[in-house]
Write a protein that binds this ligand. Structure first.
Ligand SMILES: O=C(O)[C@H]1O[C@H](OP(=O)(O)OP(=O)(O)OC[C@H]2O[C@@H](n3ccc(=O)[nH]c3=O)[C@H](O)[C@@H]2O)[C@H](O)[C@@H](O)[C@@H]1O
Length: 390
């Protein structure tokens, strides 16, 4: 038996390890020990002292392939930040690996997780990404940040902290666990179509740098996500971290918060409650709505594929808000009224993804049209609101 002892400040999970000598290599390779300031000491290799992070790449190259593979194949869970939102829940439904989820419960509800709590491959921790997180994972889905304008504007300082400090913390974690080209470990950021701001180019492709107000009420979110993308690329260039960036366009689907505040959930809930559909002026502004399962399929392809992005993930079908209201009215309740109300500042006037890159690089395109997706969401909202179909 070889004893590997951790001799500096340490988180509890790496304090002392025992293993056979073949596993010794595994342990050395294991990114669990890659925190830069951790010094590992092997007792039966005569006090060889190693600063792991500096030497890890070199060691990987020196080790026989079967040992490297043994290490790389050791299963570690994926980390999803903010699993409780409807979007992440769909991610979890379709993946079959062990998942640790971290959420601060700001916009999500534990109710959404009933079916998963107690599941052997599911672990939920209450954690805010603005604080560092020391756990052992392989892939990191960094989804944290309220995406609904009413939520992110409610506490803009917290929103920008989530985007900047939260992304730094997640990148720090990716660096510590050794997310690099050699392993399948990587970090994916869900960025947003909002990085294009109020776009002057239409449709938007990934080469467009955007038209964003840096001091507006939406800036905590759109500038925050722009900085998050910058941080991802800086860690990639400076530290070799394997990154993926998705720019997600408006998403809708079952399990969305009924009071989320975004337009599709508002209109469906309003129609079911028999309330007027509140179209914010002028109503000619456009959005492109992607059904959540399509979106998640795109995200997983991006995570598992070879391209770092950014890649637009959205449905190119484009609708004005008046057209959306008319469609919801026709599908749910033709009697319901449409009321034009005041808008909020800096609302983008048009938005439609160019998904050429997603098609070519990920072999992805959305399958579900708005008219087919809305009834699926309606069904879920009817159940939760207790409004049966007449
Ligand atoms: O759904 C999403 O995925 C996107 O939602 C928001 O972007 P936004 O397009 O402003 O989302 P909504 O609040 O749903 O607004 C869309 C349009 O509907 C209008 N709207 C909203 C709510 C409402 O009750 N009525 C209404 O007409 C707004 O004025 C806006 O023009 C987020 O900021 C994006 O990052 C996110 O990707």
């Amino acid at each position: 038996m070889t004893r590997i002892q951790h001799i500096s400040d340490h988180p509890p999970e790496v304090s002392v390890q025992y293993s056979t000598s073949s596993q010794l290599y595994t342990e050395y390779l294991n990114p669990r020990f890659s925190e830069s300031h951790y010094i590992l000491k092997t007792l039966d290799f005569d006090l060889e002292v190693v600063e792991f992070e500096r030497k890890s790449e070199q060691w990987r190259r020196q080790l026989p392939m079967e040992i490297t593979n043994q290490c790389l194949n050791r299963p570690r869970p994926h980390l999803h930040c903010e699993i409780l939102n409807f979007f992440s829940l769909h991610c979890f439904d379709v993946c079959n690996c062990e998942v640790i989820v971290a959420d601060n419960y700001f916009t999500g509800s534990k109710d959404n997780l009933r079916k998963w709590i107690g599941h052997p491959r599911f672990e939920l921790i209450r954690h805010d990404v603005t604080e560092p997180l020391l756990i052992e994972v392989d892939q990191i889905y960094h989804l944290a940040c309220p995406a609904s304008p009413i939520f992110y504007k409610y506490n803009p300082v917290k929103t920008i902290k989530t985007n900047v400090i939260g992304t730094l913390n997640m990148l720090g974690l990716a660096k510590r666990v050794g997310a690099s080209m050699i392993m399948s470990d990587r970090i994916l950021l869900t960025s947003t179509s909002e990085v294009y701001g109020d776009p002057l180019v239409h449709p938007q492709d990934e080469s467009y740098w955007g038209n964003v107000n840096p001091i507006g009420v939406r800036s905590c979110y759109d500038e925050g996500k722009r900085v998050a993308e910058t941080l991802m690329f800086d860690y990639h260039r400076q530290h070799g971290i394997e990154i993926r960036i998705a720019r997600i366009f408006n998403t809708y689907g079952p399990r969305m918060n009924i009071d989320d505040g975004r337009v599709v959930s508002n209109f469906i809930a309003q129609a079911l409650r028999g309330e007027p559909l509140t179209v914010q002026a002028p109503g000619t502004q456009t959005r492109s709505f992607c059904y959540v399962s399509d979106n998640v399929d795109g995200l997983i392809r991006l995570m598992e594929g070879e391209h770092i992005g950014p890649i637009n993930i959205g449905n190119p079908g484009e609708f004005t808000m008046l057209e959306l209201a008319e469609t919801v009215k026709e599908l749910i309740d033709p009697e319901v009224e449409i009321k034009v109300v005041e808008n909020t500042p800096d609302d983008p006037r048009q938005r439609k993804p160019d998904i050429t890159k997603a098609r070519e690089l990920l072999g992805w395109e959305p399958k579900i049209k708005l008219r087919d997706g809305l009834p699926l969401m309606e069904e879920d909202f009817r159940l939760r609101l207790g409004v049966p179909k007449k």
